[in-house]
Design a protein around this ligand. Structure first.
Ligand code: COA
Length: 371
């Protein structure tokens, strides 16, 4: 296999999966359901259930799953103590990465993974608590209770962050965003989770791996970088000039381009853009965002907005701090990662590709004193 042709493994089919289709002329579908339908009509919990168990839940199944997710919000005392010890100026992604790994020491998975669904549901339920407990402890000197009347992950996260019950519109936006970020086939972090699972490692290790990979600005971190870009301009004129300058210097504009979607663009983008418009369409932030998009459309039509670009302003309008954008991605993508970990385990084969060697020819060893 030539590395020239397959740089970054682009276009390489790395395995079979029945979870999601990305692109291929059919848009984005989770187990056959379009994200347009799911984002418009389902809750994140329904989608997480679909990914975890293969089918949409009926009313009773959904109610039981929601009860389990609510019960999974609690933070054991050693985890609270650890979250207090993590510096207040740490990266929130590092808090989740560390918290996930730490919980694996406190509530380990069975060696045969027979309780994998318990672990997955636990992580989906606890991630918002972990992040916001650490945040309130360090920012406000407050002890956050995990009690809440909010039954959904979206509502719970917003209530604990904002300190008030979110409006129906805010919760609906958050639900849609969690659904859009839930699953995306063999993206870098999911593939990393599958590699980890393929060694028969545990679910906590696989999800910790996923968090580490998602953190990078070429992947999940792009939504935060997109917000920094938008906030670096104070007017649409400045934004127009700034985008041209960056393009001239061959700098990346975060939130544009995608490895898989071509000119058709990322189908998640129009959905989250509409939410951004609904929440902040009258603001300068939104106008600057559209200006950046329009200049890119004109100058780089082959690089349309991806899901991260308008997620940035939508989250901003919800009052979410920028460095929480990628942790929200974790709260959502854990559902997709988990589906892939389960699928990998169900028909496992160690993932171990080979490389094309480009180093020196075989040569004699030179003793230390002779070098
Ligand atoms: N802004 C400016 N130029 C970009 C660009 C962007 N966002 N994305 C790609 N390009 C340019 C590259 O510099 C490269 O130019 P070159 O041929 O002159 O070297 C060309 O387009 C091809 O890009 P490449 O990096 O080879 O494509 P890829 O498939 O490896 O990259 C991404 C895909 C997503 C990593 C890439 O588009 C990117 O870095 N986007 C910004 C980060 C981002 O939004 N990530 C979230 C993805 S959901």
């Amino acid at each position: 296999m030539s590395t020239k042709k397959t740089g970054g493994l682009a276009g390489v089919n790395a395995g079979e999966s029945a979870i999601c289709t990305v692109g291929q002329g059919a848009g984005l579908n989770y187990r056959g359901y379009s994200i347009e339908d799911l984002a418009a009509h389902a809750s994140f919990e329904e989608v997480a259930y679909l990914l975890q168990f293969g089918e949409l839940p009926d009313r009773d199944q959904l109610a039981a799953y929601q009860r389990e997710l609510v019960a999974a919000r609690h933070l054991p005392e050693p985890l609270r103590a650890m979250l207090q010890e993590i510096p207040g100026d740490a990266q929130p992604m590092d808090v989740l990465r560390t918290g996930c790994s730490a919980l694996g020491t406190m509530e380990p998975e069975n060696r045969d993974h027979s309780d994998q669904d318990r672990v997955i549901t636990r992580l989906l339920g606890v991630f918002p608590s972990m992040l916001l407990y650490w945040y309130h402890h360090h920012q406000h000197g407050a002890v956050m209770s995990t009690d809440s009347g909010e039954t959904t992950i979206a509502g719970y996260f917003l209530e604990k962050l904002l300190g008030r019950p979110p409006s129906d519109e805010e919760t609906a936006c958050m639900q849609a965003s969690l659904i859009l970020y839930a699953e995306h086939e063999f993206n870098a972090s999911t593939f990393a989770c599958r590699i980890c699972a393929s060694t028969l490692s545990d679910t906590y290790s696989a999800i910790t791996t996923g968090i580490g990979v998602l953190r990078g600005p070429l992947h999940g971190g792009a939504n935060e970088e997109a917000m920094h870009l938008i906030e670096s301009f104070s007017s649409t004129e400045e934004a127009t000039r700034g985008v041209y300058e960056r393009l001239e210097k061959k700098q990346l504009l975060m939130g544009f381009g995608h490895r898989v979607y071509g000119l058709d663009g990322d189908p998640r983008s129009p959905i989250i853009k509409e939410w951004s418009r609904r929440l902040g369409g009258e603001t300068m932030t939104y106008a600057i965002s559209e200006t950046i998009e329009n200049v890119m459309k004109q100058e780089k039509p082959q690089l349309p907005t991806n899901a991260d670009f308008y997620s940035a302003s939508a989250y901003h309008f919800l009052g979410i701090p920028t460095d929480f954008f990628t942790p929200i991605f974790v709260m959502s993508r854990t559902s997709g990662w988990a589906a892939h970990i389960k699928e990998q385990r169900a028909n496992n084969k160690l993932i171990r590709p080979s490389s094309e060697y480009t180093g020196p020819e075989k040569r004699p060893f030179v003793p230390l004193d002779e070098r």
